[in-house]
Design a protein around this ligand. Structure first.
Ligand SMILES: Nc1nc2c(ncn2[C@@H]2O[C@H](COP(=O)(O)OP(=O)(O)O)[C@@H](O)[C@H]2O)c(=O)[nH]1
Ligand SMILES: [Mg+2]
Length: 295
């Protein structure tokens, strides 16, 4: 079937063929698409272009193995990895320095503008690794910043740091384009700004916000923290399990051989009148339970 595509289309096609980076290719293909004819005979062509675009976009945002993506991946440490994302200058580093200790735990990865800043945030003994991702904005998903979306996808939760509704909407749009969905997410608002509507918990970084924000983030993660008791002494650092975990999971977490010699466990729960109840391996644990295993 005749295509009847105009000269503009072929110009764009040349541009596409000469494009070197994925981002350039996407841009050229999108231009090709808008210059392509709309008639029925061009349907296959338009379909082909669209498929190419979506493949490229996927490649650009998916976390992939190999040396190339190493600089975008941040080794997970602690009980969960949380990424802090926001527009340039929105206050991400300031936020990081307020929720993590100003110890040299905050590390810079040596990639000039593409750096991740890292700190550890304590929440009732839980260690949350906080990772500041280089600034993002509308369009970042298809730019050189694209691979950072793989880091976001690979994390356990997101703090969206914004000054206003426009930045919030912009970042949510980018996450949507990168198909990052159903992740634990909270919104932090800096610089005395505000947002009018959000489907997520919102914290203005003014007055006393820290404990509320931490609790909200922790609750969103859908995990369970349980404290270990050893010879009558409760350890400060809880064990982090998935929600619905049992004494079996807890015992395995202490030591893989503990299941063999397990006799029973005792659980202390604040809501109980008689704490220190004897329980077996199948007993379902709850947030803030204190557990001692007898072997
Ligand atoms: N007034 C005010 N200034 C802030 C706040 N957060 C950050 N800033 C300032 O905004 C600038 C950028 O902050 P920074 O944390 O480096 O932003 P980043 O680029 O997102 O990491 C700095 O001058 C900060 O002092 C805030 O909550 N209130
Ligand atoms: Mg910064």
């Amino acid at each position: 079937m005749p295509l009847n595509a105009g000269p503009e289309f072929f110009e764009k096609k040349v541009k596409y063929e000469e494009a070197k980076t994925r981002a350039e290719k996407i841009k050229a293909l999108e231009e090709m698409l808008s210059a392509a004819p709309h008639h029925k005979g061009a349907q296959t062509l338009r379909g082909d272009i669209k498929r190419k675009i979506s493949k490229l976009k996927e490649a650009l945002t998916k976390k992939r193995g190999g040396a190339r993506s190493d600089r975008y991946s941040v080794k997970k440490e602690g009980d969960a990895q949380i990424v802090v994302i926001g527009y340039p200058n929105s206050g991400k580093s300031t936020f990081l320095s307020r929720v993590t200790h100003a110890r040299p735990e905050i590390a810079s990865y040596p990639y000039t503008t593409n750096t991740a800043e890292i700190g550890t945030m304590d929440y009732k003994g839980v260690k949350l690794q906080m990772v500041e991702i280089p600034a993002l904005m509308r369009g970042s998903c298809y730019s050189e910043r694209g691979p950072w979306f793989g880091t976001i996808r690979n994390s356990d939760g997101i703090v969206l740091l914004v000054e206003n509704q426009r930045q919030l909407d912009g970042l949510l749009k980018e996450l949507e384009i990168a198909r990052i969905r159903n992740m634990p997410l909270i919104v932090a608002v800096s610089k005395g700004g505000g947002v009018e509507h959000a489907d997520y918990p919102v914290f203005r970084l003014e007055g006393k916000w820290k404990e509320g924000l931490k609790k909200s983030l922790w609750d969103k993660l859908g995990k369970l923290k349980v404290y270990t008791r050893k010879k009558g002494k409760v350890e400060a650092r809880p064990m982090v399990l998935r929600q619905g975990a049992s004494v079996r999971n807890f015992a395995k977490g202490i030591h893989k051989d503990l299941l063999e010699s397990f006799r029973f466990a005792r659980v202390w729960r604040e809501s109980w009148v008689h704490s220190g109840q004897k329980v077996g391996l199948d007993f379902k644990l709850k947030e803030d339970d204190i557990v001692e295993v007898y072997a």
